[in-house]
Design a binder for this molecule. Structure first.
Ligand code: SAM
Ligand code: SF4
Ligand code: SF4
Length: 368
């Protein structure tokens, strides 16, 4: 009998440390490797209606799996308050994620609250959301009306049978395509489509996906299958390197690299020589991009992670719910960011063999 994997949702997080001397935020916080704090990813739920094999495998996330109780979740007011603190430290981009963020009840209300916030330079934030697309056809217009600027939609295959094997809940490709269409019509662009490539599962879909999205309003990005969490049974030989993705596409539809839009962009951009648009390659495994990583992650229950592969978070909710002032929360955030030296992907080869890697938090908990 196989051993049951217990999913680690970080019960060890400690209340974030508040320094004795509180300094006013400067809007340009830097970590130990001189990386700014530019991007906050907020997980709004740990639940999902898909069971993607690389993220929430059915054997682990089964009917007995206990999700967080509603009282553990940050409220919309708490999320907005924390977001404001991060903005004062220089954050310009907020991404809502999960689990499946569109499953969070009244998500439009949260979006409307976040859409009111402005960067330290008085500009609108880059407010976006990553979704599996299952509820997008129904919700796209309401999301736009609430103030969402754009969406990223995950889709792992054009072939229904392959897609259903990936999402493991029998969800059809055509329903995601309808969601994409609705998002496009609502003006939630530029829309990116993320395909996680798992060797031996969906890599035969690289070309059909590239053909379908070439010349469309959507930017297709290929993501290397990552060793996030501890439940997906990740193996290095199931990673299809981005270089191989580029080789396969280029052999049929010639492409060339394009320079990055901004420092810290996760995807390497390539364009079709015939003017058919662009694709992105996210090489988290074969070409680590920790050097420019400016992302912090807030879990569903308010723990702050300074790396996707962190083994421990820092409890901001404990501060919020014990009456801490904004200045104290801000002090805790600057202390954490200034102490940050994470560069897991750069060190991956030596770390994945360590037992400690089995205690990494799950992607559905921390937010992708
Ligand atoms: N449910 C939403 C979705 O699927 O778009 C948002 C959350 S999901 C965790 C965010 C992103 O992480 C998705 O694009 C998903 O494909 C990606 N992801 C999840 N597990 C991954 C893994 N093991 N390797 C690479 N990407 C992964
Ligand atoms: Fe759900 Fe997204 Fe994870 Fe798939 S990748 S199981 S859709 S959270
Ligand atoms: Fe950023 Fe951590 Fe990913 Fe490196 S491994 S890019 S530090 S999240």
């Amino acid at each position: 009998m196989s051993e049951k994997i217990i999913v680690f949702t970080d019960q060890r997080a400690q209340a974030a440390y508040v320094p004795d001397v509180l300094q006013a935020p400067t809007g340009s916080l830097r970590d130990r490797l001189d990386r700014p704090l530019h991007d906050l990813r907020i997980s709004v739920t740990d639940r999902c209606n898909f069971r993607c094999v690389y993220c929430m495998p059915k054997e682990v996330f089964d009917k007995d799996y206990s999700y967080l109780p509603h009282s553990s979740l940050l409220s919309f007011e708490e999320i907005t308050r924390i977001a404001q603190v991060f903005i004062e430290h220089g954050v310009e981009k907020l991404r809502l994620t999960g689990g499946e963020p569109l499953l969070r009840k009244n998500i439009e209300k949260l979006i409307a609250m976040l859409a009111q916030l402005k960067t330290v330079h008085g500009k609108p934030l880059d407010l976006t959301l990553t979704t599996n697309g299952s509820l997008l056809a129904r919700k796209a217009q309401a999301l736009k009306d609430a103030g969402l600027q754009r969406v990223t939609v995950s889709l792992d295959a054009m072939d229904d049978a392959v897609f259903k094997r990936m999402n493991d809940v029998d969800f059809a490709v055509s329903d995601v395509l309808q969601g994409l269409d609705a998002a496009h019509k609502a003006g939630l662009g530029p829309i990116k489509v993320n395909m996680v490539v798992k060797g031996g599962m969906n890599d035969q879909e690289i070309l059909p996906m590239a053909r379908y999205f070439k010349g469309s309003p959507f930017i297709l990005r290929f993501i290397e299958y990552m060793d996030v969490g501890a439940s997906n049974g990740w193996k290095l030989d199931e990673v299809v390197p981005s270089a191989e993705v580029a080789r396969r596409i280029g052999a049929e539809m010639p492409i060339e690299p394009v320079s990055a839009n901004y420092t810290g962009e996760t995807a390497e951009r390539w364009r079709y020589l015939d003017g058919g648009g662009e694709i992105g390659l996210i090489s988290s495994v074969t070409q680590a991009f920790c050097k420019d990583c400016s992302r912090a992650r807030l879990s569903t229950e308010g723990k702050l992670y300074t790396c996707l592969f962190a083994t421990r978070g820092h409890d901001l909710r404990a501060l919020l719910r014990s009456g801490a002032s904004d200045a104290e929360i801000s002090g805790a955030v600057s202390h954490l960011w200034q102490a940050r030296g994470d560069r897991y992907s750069e060190l991956r080869t030596s770390q994945t063999s360590l037992p400690a890697s089995a205690r990494k938090v799950e992607m559905s908990y921390i937010g992708g």
